[in-house]
Ligand binder design. Structure first.
Ligand SMILES: *[C@@H]1O[C@H](CO)[C@@H](O)[C@H](O)[C@H]1NC(C)=O
Ligand SMILES: *[C@@H]1O[C@H](CO)[C@@H](O)[C@H](O)[C@H]1NC(C)=O
Ligand SMILES: *[C@@H]1O[C@H](CO)[C@@H](O)[C@H](O)[C@H]1NC(C)=O
Length: 378
């Protein structure tokens, strides 16, 4: 400790001038951003820039959702140990939802189409565990919750990433500040439009130049979404398909996102991988969800949870859970309609494969074979 004399008047003036100069620099930083470990500077900078209140709830221990649920079999204590450590590092509060063994679910509890047969028990178990999480959200009337699978990994800058995501999701779904509540307008002209009148253009919105939108009341991510598909193994920019609902086509493009890995490290089950083919290195895109695969992490609003329970728990369980989630988002089998689902490429939650026998990777799929010498996140 250094003990000090009280500052003199001139010292105070010099200090005040220096502070003003620093603040000027601070608020004029060109690339608002991602230079911290999930800290506040970028948020403060934006606050200074736009005059809108900061969305600080996203930095709270449940990432701006009401709860975080992690799904996993209680017997996989290795994964619980891991995820509890990860959550502690990121200062996140999580609750567990027990995974379900499919063979304990009786036929009578599984809605099934006329000519369908029961899908495999591993998929039934996964479906049931996810449905239990969604049921919990509806039952407890939670305003929103994030549901994670127990083998996921994330960036230590997760909170900053989700903060940025929220700016994009609000731009895509909140009415423009310049419009009236009786006739809301959106920066994405394809959002909230009757499908027939939807323009075919692809509205591209730059992350560095987001429009001013009406502040949401319920969720810092916006008040007009059902599901945020935040962790996946691939997703596609919406495109029109015959006999399918049209999805809104707006996309927010975040260039120079320092948390996006180099292209060589990006991976997607969906081909073509448009993000990598058409955009520069370190670009993240936020858009409506088509052809999502893998249910690593997704958030649902209360409204979304109710619809999801109706569409996926009470209608034909014909496919693996992630494919059912796809039907929920874009419409499909059993007369399902599209819902409001947003996503990011690349996503924010990835699979983590720990060192050990490769068969340990999944209780659903078959990963038999060798031994993984080096842990990896893919
Ligand atoms: C985090 O913020 C959300 C959104 O405002 C809120 O619902 C939730 O209760 C907050 N979490 C905590 C632990 O305060
Ligand atoms: C699933 O489990 C049930 C109940 O144990 C069993 O009768 C059925 O044969 C199993 N299905 C498959 C495809 O293994
Ligand atoms: C559920 O939450 C909403 C919004 O906070 C509230 O208006 C409603 O009364 C709640 N319903 C129940 C059954 O608590």
């Amino acid at each position: 400790m250094i003990s000090r004399q009280p500052p003199t008047r001139s010292q105070i003036i010099v200090g005040a001038i220096l502070t003003s100069i620093l603040l000027l620099f601070f608020f004029h930083g060109r690339n608002p951003g991602l230079n911290g470990l999930g800290g506040r500077p970028a948020e403060l900078r934006r606050f200074g820039r736009t005059g809108k209140p900061p969305n600080s709830d996203i930095f709270n221990s449940t990432l701006g959702f009401e709860k975080i649920f992690v799904i996993g079999l209680p017997t996989r204590t290795d994964r619980r140990d891991g995820i509890i450590l990860q959550a502690a590092v990121s200062n996140m509060e999580i609750d567990f939802i027990d995974g379900v063994k499919g063979d304990t679910v009786p036929d009578k509890a599984i809605p099934i189409g006329k000519d369908q047969s029961r899908i495999g028990n591993a998929s039934i178990g996964s479906w049931r565990a996810h449905m239990n999480a969604v049921q919990e959200i509806v039952h407890r009337n939670l305003s929103s919750a994030l549901i994670l699978e127990d083998d996921v990994d994330w960036d230590i800058r997760l909170k900053q990433q989700l903060y940025d995501f929220s700016l994009a999701s609000r731009a895509l779904t909140q009415p423009l500040s310049s419009s009236s509540s009786s006739s809301p307008r959106y920066v994405d002209p394809t959002f909230n439009q009757p499908p027939d009148s939807m323009p075919n253009q692809i509205p591209t919105i730059k992350f560095d130049n987001l429009p001013s939108t009406i502040a949401p009341i319920v969720s810092p991510y916006g008040d007009d979404w059902d599901l945020l598909w935040l962790g996946h193994c691939g997703v596609t920019f919406p495109f029109d398909r015959p006999n399918h609902d049209k999805l809104p086509k707006g996309r927010v493009i975040h260039f120079d996102d320092v948390t996006v890995p180099p292209k060589g490290n990006l991976w997607s089950l969906n081909k073509p991988f448009t993000l990598v083919q058409d955009y520069p290195e370190h670009t993240r895109a936020i858009h409506h969800t088509q052809e999502g695969v893998c249910s690593l992490g997704y958030a649902i609003s209360q409204r979304g949870a109710r619809k999801l329970l109706y569409e996926l728990a009470l209608k034909d369980v014909s496919d693996g859970f992630d494919i059912l989630l796809r039907f929920f988002c874009e419409g499909g089998k059993a007369g399902r309609k599209a819902h409001k689902c947003l996503t990011a490429q690349p996503g924010y939650f990835q699979h983590h494969r720990a060192v050990g026998p490769t068969s340990h990777a999944s209780d659903i799929g078959n990963h038999k074979g060798g031994y993984r010498e080096k842990g990896l996140t893919i």
